[in-house]
Design a binder for this molecule. Structure first.
Ligand SMILES: NC(=O)c1ccc[n+]([C@@H]2O[C@H](COP(=O)([O-])OP(=O)(O)OC[C@H]3O[C@@H](n4cnc5c(N)ncnc54)[C@H](O)[C@@H]3O)[C@@H](O)[C@H]2O)c1
Ligand SMILES: O=P(O)(O)OC[C@@H](O)[C@@H](O)[C@H](O)[C@H](O)CO
Length: 507
């Protein structure tokens, strides 16, 4: 079967191919640089720019830059001339949808580690006004590194700084050369945070003050909040997809139809990116209320469920929702422990929680719990701990489901063996290994605290809870928490997750 490419668009006949051919023939100029090429950007930003282009509202393409040296997507993108298929599958206004479309907004991908000069050439292009990014929460962090003009910085903010500095120099500090920078990483005030790091790096590199003034006065860093479940490449059903499409697509991306994008920027920027005119669910407003609601409920529910569900032998979010025990545990956590503390009008938060659980039940989206498990210590801290602490303060007692999810997290992070630097846990019941995907610092600390396991689970729990690097506070000081976690972990390890859930739900 032939692979998707511009040549294939000329050769094949089908509705989906014909639409893509018409778009590709327009040969739109590059107007966006994007740091990142992952599933989320392909299923969200690149699709949105594609929608604008289809309606003649933007008329520009995107250059995608690989953010880490180990990236594998850029060669695949270039092999397909920047093309890939997006399958939006789910339920929309009560109606089942399964839309497939070739996304034509990406012109090419660049590996900056081998082709940094190409990135600098993009900085010299006056048409480029927008920068989007998604490098995960781990990417939007400060790294002290050296500046060498001809070599790509390692970190994402380092790349942004070097890109902006080259642009500033090339356009001789022109105000019009300033960029509109729209990061999509799921952290508080992502735009402000990126700008702070860029300014810190400029200082580390001794870049001129006139440059930092230009960064602040003529570049706009927007805070954002994104929401769409993009499950990415459908590894279990790709053959069926390819057969139906009539071509092979190594970057096929699956998402739900739902999407929401909140961007903190004024009308001038909204006019340059007329997403709303294209019918997209984009809000040009302060993002904090959207963020609080979404991170605590949707991401919170994912982080709440993944360890318990996975250890119970479940692979996907949908299967977790369909499991009687796991689903009761999730619903208790969301409706009784997260929602009551959330400072959002009652009907709005209940409505969002109902809609979220419906989205989790989307029969098409195979959202793997192991994908969600990435960096879960940090996620538990940012997505669940605020609800947990507020619950304890208000009620003077422990939130049962949230406490259980922390116990399941500790059981999930129980190392069994290490191979080539990758730590593996072992799944209860099936005894199959799984990778514990977190930073080396986290997995190393966890390995150490489980070493005394045979002798003393009490020690493991105490060390886990009192690790302030993980939680920012000493959780071992919360009355009854160490004993409760120990009791749950003992129960999970000896009788399994469902039995442990049954016990705590009936306590
Ligand atoms: N997939 C979704 O449903 C979804 C929805 C909303 C938000 N998000 C956010 O998007 C992020 C990425 O998800 P994805 O599904 O695109 O995953 P992905 O694995 O397809 O892409 C991750 C991207 O981040 C880069 N990256 C990883 N670690 C990095 C680091 N330390 N420095 C720089 N870059 C780094 C990778 O190279 C890749 O480009 C998530 O962490 C999440 O915060 C995802
Ligand atoms: O993507 P992560 O790994 O940060 O978190 C997993 C999910 O909670 C997340 O991807 C959601 O599906 C997404 O945030 C929905 O908008």
């Amino acid at each position: 079967m032939e692979q998707l490419s511009k040549t294939l668009l000329q050769q094949q006949k089908s509705e989906i191919v014909e639409q893509a051919r018409q778009q590709v023939e327009r040969e739109l100029p590059e107007r966006v640089i994007q740091i990142g090429e992952g599933n989320f950007l392909r299923g969200f930003i690149d699709w949105m720019i594609h929608e604008l282009n289809k309606k003649g509202l933007f008329n520009g393409s995107i250059v995608a830059v690989q953010p880490t040296p180990r990236g594998k997507v850029v060669p695949k993108l270039n092999a397909q001339d920047g093309l890939y298929t997006l399958a939006q599958r789910g339920v929309e206004a009560g109606i089942e949808v399964d839309r497939r479309e070739v996304i034509t907004s990406i012109s090419r991908g660049i590996n900056p580690y081998s082709d940094w000069q190409d990135v600098l050439k993009v900085a010299e292009n006056r048409d480029i006004r927008f920068m989007f990014s998604n490098t995960t929460e781990a990417g939007l962090t400060y790294l002290r590194e050296d500046f060498q003009e001809n070599i790509s910085p390692l970190s994402f903010p380092g790349k942004v700084t070097a890109f902006l500095f080259h642009r500033y120099t090339f356009f001789e500090a022109s105000a019009e050369a300033g960029m509109i920078i729209i990061p999509c990483e799921l952290i508080d005030n992502n735009g402000d945070h990126l700008q702070e790091i860029v300014l810190q790096i400029s200082k580390d590199w001794n870049l001129p003050e006139a440059f930092t003034a230009w960064v602040q006065e003529h570049n706009l860093f927007c805070n954002t909040l994104v929401d769409r479940i993009v499950t990415g490449f459908p590894k279990d059903s790709i053959e069926k997809f390819n057969e139906e499409l009539g071509y092979e697509d190594i970057l096929l991306t699956v998402s739900e139809p739902y999407h929401l994008f909140a961007i903190e920027a004024n009308k001038d920027i909204a006019d340059l990116l007329p997403f709303q005119e294209a019918g997209l669910n984009v809000h040009w407003k302060p993002v904090a209320p959207f963020r609080e609601r979404k991170v605590r409920i949707l991401n919170g529910a994912h982080t709440l469920m993944f360890a318990a569900a996975f250890l119970a032998g479940i692979d996907t979010v949908k299967e977790a929702m369909d499991d009687n025990y796991i689903s009761r545990f999730i619903r208790k956590g969301v409706y009784e422990e997260i929602l009551p503390l959330l400072n959002v009008p009652e009907d709005e938060k209940v409505g969002f929680a109902n809609a979220t659980l419906e989205r989790f039940l989307n029969p098409f989206n195979q959202h793997y719990l192991l994908d969600i498990s990435l960096n879960s210590i940090f996620k538990w801290r940012t997505r669940i701990l605020p609800s947990f602490m507020e619950f304890v303060q208000k009620n003077d007692t422990l939130p049962q489901a949230l406490t259980f999810s922390l116990s399941a997290l500790l059981a999930f992070y129980r190392p069994q063996r290490t191979e080539d630097g990758q730590v593996f846990g072992i799944r209860l019941e099936s005894h199959t290994p799984y990778p514990i995907r977190d930073s080396a610092e986290v997995t190393h600390s966890i390995e150490k605290l489980w070493q005394g396991e045979q002798q003393d689970l009490k020690y493991t729990v105490q060390e886990f809870l009192s690790n302030e690097e993980f939680w920012g506070v000493n959780l071992a000081q919360i009355p009854a928490l160490p004993e409760t976690i120990q009791k749950h972990v003992e129960h999970i390890l000896s009788h399994g997750i469902r039995s442990a859930i049954d016990t705590f739900l009936n306590d």
